[in-house]
Design a protein. Structure first.
Length: 768
């Protein structure tokens, strides 16, 4: 072995120069690789005792040239020589490390790469694809122009034209397949699209233009071309090719002029089944939606052309089953907690088409089957929903969508099959069932669906059975109120609402349900009864709603099964409904029974308080007096009870003017004033409540005094005239009685409130 620094033979010097050249070339190559971002693994060296560096074992492709010994002698280039076996130490073979397994290169930091390089790569990719697509379009357009020129000048006959089209399309498909196999996906896809387009044009010419072949044979050719393209799509995992094949094969019947028939429908079904399997295997989610959009109009055209009902209904059902399996299959094979847009759109669209096409088939004599058909549709969707909800949980979005679709179909079945009063009954029953489901599973979507169905049932009742805003009798009214079909519908809706409230049992939810029921009954009552019975019904309804809220609803827990923030804000809805019904009764009485515009002008009956107005007045008085105690849930003299008693006294004073003459009415009012002053001083009445009652009594005595001065004891009677003042004994007249009653009530007030500042003034008024 030659050691560096010693003179060697000429052959060794030439070898050293050649090795230096190779090393410099290798260094330049490594520099270029580092600049391009490739990983370079450094080769550590072992230090020999003599100071020379010995490299590691060469790579497999360098075994013919063992790693030389490199020295760094001063004054000359490093020499490289291969060690001979005789000069190696005995343990060199044992000390030499063995070959390391190849390791994956690491990407080093790449500071030289800028964002302009990324843009350049993106531009290169886009340019390549765009050029490929443009080139394909140019090929198709050029072929069309050439063939049109050749056809117009008679160079090629019809048969030759068709053969050229089919042949060129097949060649394009073959070239596309070859390109796809040779890693040219963009060009290959464009050629496949060109081939499908040319084949479709050739078949169109063979059928619609020249009539050379029957439509069925052309459909078979389209199917073969589409199958070939689908094979290429599966082989190369190219969804765009599958979409093109689907468009070509499903668009073939209308393009080729195929009339709607069983053959066409069978053709569509075969294509749909094949592409359904393809989409599920490859998870091409938009393929089924495109297939539905292309096939549904053709199926509808076949049904509209007068297809046999049984065959048409069978085809429609099979079409829905296929689409439901596709939509559900994607969710079943690849479960997700997020509703996929493609599956959801396909399920809803196929259900809508099923109902619409079924109604078109079940027309005329078979129209009575529409209701059972909708029930069957609802049952099918329920089975589909149950398969997901039981497997994935009751929050699965696709299962909920299927369940909602079934509920919608079942909701439609009632008006379609029965109509009239049965519609709200069916809707209310569905709502109650969903409320039970919401209570058992704490399911907000079920509660929402129940609320929607309940509102629909209530709206139907208030729109058809008992039209709101009118008082016309119901069409099937009998001698007894509420014994008819309309009342049956209302009663069933109220019963379903009560059952739903029992299931949910949250204070706010039950309050809202109860308030809607109270308002519905309040609207229905004028259609059934008239006169005092109407006032009695309203008063009883208001008091009943008040009692329901105070004795039942107010004791329910607020955290229910499913409670929304909006419902919590409406937890006093029943109180509002009770107050609303009371105001309706009072307004009706002031407009019709005890009209305020005829105050003092209606002649009272011969026997006071013996007519219907007196009965109406008594009902209002009793309702006002009892409302306070019902609200308090006990007999007491707290403010709500005192307010109810004061309102009852005011109503009695007002209504007495329609039952007796003015002087007697003033006497009644004075008596009520005295009773009010006495009520304010009863034990148990706090000072603030006593102030309220006293103020109300003072207001009533003021009104009675003004009425006495305006009607009974007018100031005109104080004038001296030639005409006798009165034809009765002195101080025995209506004026005397009225004034005496007012003075007596004021005296009671002074007596009971002699420590109050206003007592002397009341005495002055009484003396005057």
């Amino acid at each position: 072995m030659w050691i560096s620094g010693s003179e060697g033979p000429p052959e060794m010097n030439k070898h050293d120069e050649l090795t230096d050249v190779r090393l410099r070339a290798l260094e330049e190559r490594v520099a270029r690789l580092e600049a391009a971002g490739s990983a370079v693994t450094a080769t550590p060296a072992m230090v020999e005792p003599s100071g020379s560096l010995t490299g590691r074992t060469a790579a497999p492709d360098q075994t013919a040239h063992p790693m030389p010994i490199v020295s760094a002698a001063a004054g000359r280039a490093p020499s490289i020589s291969a060690p001979s076996p005789s000069q190696q130490p005995p343990d060199a073979a044992a000390a030499r490390p063995g070959p390391r397994p190849p390791t994956s290169p690491r990407m080093p930091a790449w500071p030289g790469r800028s964002w302009t390089a990324s843009i350049a790569e993106l531009e290169e990719k886009l340019t390549g694809r765009v050029l490929a697509v443009v080139g394909g379009i140019a090929l198709v357009v050029g072929a069309i122009f050439f063939l049109s020129l050749a056809f117009s000048r008679g160079w090629i006959g019809p048969e030759g034209r068709v053969l050229i089209g089919v042949g060129s399309g097949g060649v394009a498909l073959a070239l596309g397949a070859w390109m796809l196999d040779h890693r040219q996906p963009t060009v290959g896809r464009v050629l496949v699209a060109v081939g499908l387009s040319v084949v479709s044009l050739a078949l169109f010419a063979a059928t619609r233009l020249y009539g050379l072949i029957p439509v069925e044979l052309a459909l078979l050719g389209s199917l073969v071309a589409a199958v070939a393209a689908a094979f290429l799509a599966v082989r190369n995992d190219a969804e765009i090719i599958a979409v093109l094949a689907l468009i070509a094969v499903l668009g073939a019947p209308p393009i080729l002029g195929a009339s709607p028939s069983l053959v066409t429908v069978a053709y569509l079904g075969t294509v749909l089944v094949g592409f359904a399997v393809l989409s599920l295997q490859r998870s091409w989610r938009w393929l089924p939606s495109i297939a539905f959009a292309l096939s549904a109009p053709q199926l509808a055209s076949w049904i509209a052309s007068g297809a046999e009902p049984v065959a048409a209904l069978f085809a429609v059902v099979c079409f829905w089953i296929l689409n439901a399996v596709i939509a559900g299959g994607e969710e079943f094979l690849r479960p997700s907690n997020r509703l996929r847009l493609g599956s959801a759109t396909l399920l809803v669209a196929s259900a809508a088409f099923l109902v619409g096409a079924g109604f078109a088939v079940l027309d005329g004599p078979e129209e009575w089957l529409r209701g059972p058909f909708l029930v069957a549709v609802a049952l099918a969707h329920a089975i589909l929903a149950g398969s997901f909800l039981l497997r994935e949980g009751d929050r699965h979005p696709f299962g909920l969508l299927a369940a909602g679709t079934g509920i919608a179909a079942l909701t439609m079945a009632a008006p379609v099959q029965a109509g009239g009063s049965a519609v709200p009954i069916a809707w209310a029953a569905e709502g109650a069932a969903l409320a039970w489901l919401a209570s058992r599973r704490a399911h907000p979507f079920a509660a929402l669906a129940a609320a929607i169905l309940g509102l629909m049932a209530l709206a139907h009742v208030l729109a058809f059975e008992y039209p709101a805003g009118t008082t016309s009798p119901v069409p099937d009214a009998g001698p007894w109120p509420f014994l008819n079909g309309s009342a049956l519908s209302l009663g069933f809706v109220l019963g379903a609402a009560g059952v739903s409230a029992w299931f949910l049992r949250a204070r706010s939810t039950v309050a809202v349900i109860a308030s809607l029921g109270v308002l519905a009954v309040g609207v229905a009552v004028p259609h059934e009864v008239r006169g005092p019975a109407l006032i009695a019904a309203w008063v009883a309804l208001g008091l009943g709603a008040l009692a329901l809220e105070r004795f039942v609803i107010d004791r329910l827990p607020e955290p229910g099964v499913v409670v929304s923030g909006v419902l919590v804000d409406l937890r006093f809805a029943t109180l509002a409904a009770a107050a609303g019904v009371g105001l309706i009764a009072l307004g009706h009485a002031l407009v019709l029974d005890l009209p305020i515009d005829q105050f003092g002008s209606i002649r009272p009956p011969a026997i006071p308080f013996s007519d219907e107005r007196a009965l109406t007045l008594g009902l209002l008085v009793v309702g006002a007096a009892g409302s306070g105690w019902i609200y308090l849930r006990r007999l007491t003299l707290e403010l709500p009870a005192l307010a109810g008693l004061v309102a009852a006294g005011m109503l009695l004073a007002y209504g007495s003017t329609f039952e007796v003459f003015a002087d007697a009415a003033i006497v009644i009012a004075a008596g009520l004033v005295a009773a009010g002053f006495g009520l304010a001083r009863l034990p148990g009445v706090v000072d603030d409540d006593a102030e309220f009652v006293t103020a109300s009594s003072l207001g009533l005595v003021a009104v009675a005094t003004l009425a006495a001065l305006a009607v009974v004891a007018t100031p005109s009677l104080l004038t001296v005239t030639a005409i006798p003042v009165a034809g009765h004994p002195p101080f025995i007249s209506s004026a005397t009685v009225a004034c005496t009653a007012i003075v007596a009530s004021l005296s009671v007030s002074v007596r009971l409130n002699r420590t109050r500042p206003f007592a002397p003034w009341l005495g002055v008024v009484a003396g005057a």
